[in-house]
Design a protein. Sequence first.
Length: 424
Amino acid sequence: MLNFLLKYLYNRIKILYRIWVLRMQFNKSSENSKLAIMQTLRIYGSMSRMKLTELTGFSRATVSFVISELIESGIIKETKKQQSTGGRPAVILELVPFSTCVIGANLDNNHWKIGAFDLLDNVIDETDVPVQTQSAVHTFEVLRTSINSFIRELNRPILPVLGIGTPGLVEKNDHIIKAAPPLEWFNVNVADIMSIDMELPIILMNRHRARGLAECRFGAGTNSSNIIYIGVGSGVRAGFYIDRQLITDSFGGAGELGHTTVEPSGPLCSCGNEGCLQMLCSTPFIEKQIRKSVRFGEDAGSLLPPDTDTRTIKAMDVCRAADNGEELSMEVIHTASNYLGITMANLANTFNPETIILGGPIPSTSRLFVETSNKIMRQRALPSIVSSIDVLTADLGEIGGALGAANFALDRYFPISNLENTSY
Ligand SMILES: [Zn+2]
């Protein structure tokens, strides 16, 4: 009798457990469908139910069910739009911007920029957090503590994911920094560090690719669909974007432009190759060149007042001096931009993009750098190809990295069928 009772209870518990698992799975998939629909509306703007079904790849029934839940919770609303062909106005779905928000963070020049963005990617709040160390563990611990207090003070509903833009090469699993040699970071498991005292899952990406994604969707690239973003600072990195999506690759290395060879017998790079682009076009290169020239007795004019210590001169001073017509600085900027122009010509001939966006500290400080790179590209690439390419500078400023990382996190975490197809 006891045996029978135990067996009955065991079977009963097993069935209840199965029902609980199924319910949890259903809730999770319904939650993911909601977020995928929200992300589609964020990227592509307001649209009809039919268009949403087409873009997300969900069934009509799922779209209809999820939309009614989203309308009920005040996240999206219906509006009517007159069709150009006449007839009855179509029902269009659009996001209610302030209903919820997403968080992103980006590391640049030893400080974190953290931003909260509404559903239409307006900045709700932002903060800057300096980092006093080069240690990878401490840098991400600082971020973790800052994010926790940022969310507490924000006191709003947030989407359950955090996007992080970081220096270095990020593995395709979006959790590990494989290598950031200038910082001496190798195989840093950021997810492990962040998960100690924080519940949000993270998605990691290279900071230049994060900025590029934000520029494609909300900045300089909004009128193009085929874009290359090149970030030039302490290194050179690129992101490739088609239809506002970052093209992913087999490992995570697509866009390591700084390590392409532009001078066969050039200086030795930390990667072991000689003549890499970033040895000849980056902030360390500009600083090294100007110091060398001054040491060899060349006159730096207004750039260096008498008795200035050449070791204190910064690349940004050189960029500004070059734009003000200081000759030695112009020479250095011309050399660096010439190498970038050669690389852009190669990219133009290979990919034939509609637009190349130059971002990062050097292009955003020196107009001369951007104009010279553009000119050299046009001299060297096939005229029939290059005539249709626009070269623009990034226009989102510092918040761009955090915004791009937040967007990428939503792309990765809540997949939409047509986003998954964008790869080569
Ligand atoms: Zn290299």
